[in-house]
Each structure stands twice: as C-alpha cells, then as structure tokens.
Design a binder for this molecule. Sequence first.
Ligand SMILES: *Cc1c(COP(=O)(O)O)cnc(C)c1O
Length: 392
Amino acid sequence: MSTITELIHSIPVDPQTGAIAVPIYQTSTFVQEAPGVNKGYDYARSNNPTRAAVEKIIAQLEGGATASAFSSGLAAIDAVIKLLKSGDEIVAVDDIYGGAFRLFNKVYEKFGIKVTYVDTSDLQAVFNAITPATRLIWLETPTNPTLKISDIAAIGRIAKAHNCLFCVDNTFASPVLQKPLELGADLVIHSATKYLGGHSDLIAGVVIAKTAQLGEEIKFYQNACGAILSPFDSFLLIRGIETLHLRVKQHGINAQALAEYLEKHPAVGKVFYPGLPSHPGHELAKQQSKGFGGIISFTLKEDTAEAATAFVTSTNYFKLAESLGGIKSLLCHPAAMTHKSIPAEKRRAAGVSDSLIRLSVGLEETNDLLADLEQAFTKLPVPAHAENVLSA
Ligand SMILES: *Cc1c(COP(=O)(O)O)cnc(C)c1O
C-alpha cells in the first residue's frame, strides 16, 4: 500500500457513529465509571480524541513514535527546550526563525540556557561550536528567507557523537519532501500553521519524537504546561493534512517555474531557490529531499527598500502578508517586516539585503502567477541612471 493511501485510511472512521470525518469532541471532561476507570480520556488538556487523531496521523507522516499537538509552532519549540535544564547549551542554525531566536534569547537565557548560532551548512562550524555543556542541536533546512540547506544526516552524526539531542524544524520542507527522523534527528517540530494546515486558517504546532520515551517526555510538558491544540483546530489540521501531498507537489511545480522565470529577469539581482542549479545547496537538497518546496526569495537589481516596496504593493494575486504555506500566494519584504528588528548590518550580512522579497508560492495557475510578477516588474520606479538616458 502506498504511503498516501495508508495516511488517508489511518484517519479513523468514528467507532460510535461511523462518521467518516473525525468528530470535533468539544468537551472539557469525560465521565468516569469509577474513579480512574474511563474510556482512555479523563480531562481534555491531558487528552482529547480529536487531538489524539491528528497526533497519530502526524507521527505516521514523519515516521516518529509519537506526536504532540500544540497551540502554535512556538509552543511546540518551547516544549522541546523544556527538555533542557539550567546550564545546558544549544547550538542553533544562524538564520533561525525570528520567533525561535526571541524565545531562546529573551526567555530561556534568563533561565541559564545559552545558545550559540552557527552557519550549519558548514559542518566544521557545527563541530567547533559544541562544548561539553551542549545538549541540543537546533536546525532549520531550508532556512528563512535565504533557503540555506544543511546536511541533516551529517549533523545527526555530530549530535550522536556528542550525546546531544538533535531537533529539526521541518516547517519549510514538510514531511512530504523531507523526513529528518529517518536521517538521524531525535525530534522534529512544525509550525503546522504553514504547510500542514495549508489554508491560512489556523495557528498550530507539533513535536514528533523518534522514540516513545522522548515522546512521553514531550507529552509530560504538553500536559504540565498546557499549550494544547483545541479540538476544532485539531479538526482543521486533519482536514489540511488530507491534501498535503497534492498541495506540496503543486507548490513545488509552481515555485520551480517562477524561480526559473525570476532568474532570467533583467530587473532581478539574486534568486534563492534550492531547485535552481545555481543555488549552493542544490545538490544536497536533491539528495536529502524529494523536492524543493514552495518558498522563493529574490533581490532586485535596484537593491533598495523603495524598489521592494513598489514591487510588493503592485501584485494582485500575491498578497502582502507574513506567514507562508497556504493555498493563496503571499509575498513579504523581510527587511521591513519579519526581519525589521535585526540591525541592518547584521541583517545584510545574513543575506537579507534591503530589496529581498520572499514569495510563498500558492496553488493558483502557474501562468497567472507568472503574469502577476511580470506586471509588478513594470511598476518598479525607473532607476535614476536610466532616466538620464531617456532624457538625453
Ligand atoms: C512560523 C514558523 C514558526 C512559528 O510557528 P507559529 O505557528 O507562528 O508559532 C517556527 N518555525 C518556522 C520555520 C516558521 O516558519
């Protein structure tokens, strides 16, 4: 049986009624026959049948022993960091998701957890950053917004050799393209707000654990700290996951066409997309992933914030918004939006130049998206030197 067939049919038919969709068990508590005698559920923070259904599907998708669903991606990251204790250290990817950076530096540093950021595409740098106190390696691949690719299997070996936990934020790739647990990760997290949900209609996070023991520890923090996914959002997430394979496939087809178009466009500076042979991580991405995803970043030749603003306010189908992974195409201007709080020098050094634009390529017709970009390029201000030529 194919994995897609398995996935679709692992979503249980309701044993009570035969309902083919998973019912939303909107209840806070469950009646017990005698103290401690129940049908597997006692209180809905600890467990809920709708949440249990989505957790089971996601564990299967990523190839883990268990999954735990949280009220956001950040709550999922938070649960993983709670495995550590004061004095422990983390080695993390340098262009990490901004919210994870804030959580590490503004919350966990206070509790005595130190984080070292390194370019994880350089294995020697990862190796050198490890100290006897390092307990966790934190990876994103591809990263946001420059789509940097790191070698999951090699970093997994470094983690093993140093007795560190290894967690991969697999939000950008999704388990359709990349399965970090098979490549040596102990834990995977997702902002299920993005591709897993897929319709820009919920905020959710998940942690998938390779072993049952690690899964139990995460479930302990899920219940002890309480940032659980609601029954309704669990239902929406199941509904999203049912079409994940088809969506991710089409996001990738659209993104490849757009990246190739952008690379040839005279107004474009650099294009960041792992599906392009010009991308430094192309070969590695081909080895460890089944595709290159739906996110593209590019810079303009006229590398100014003004030019980027003109572009991002001129598209029709690409809506200007943060977030990614939904059926509708989105675009954003990281220097003025998601990366605004990073000092300009540091931001530019990380490859996020003033004109960098990030696309989350949706599921519209490829040609409509190409035409939308094409007309937006005509709205760019004419550079000063070109005006001189015209008036001469
Ligand atoms: C959005 C995102 C998160 C945070 O998820 P939320 O659901 O917004 O809390 C974490 N990691 C990555 C890579 C993301 O894109």
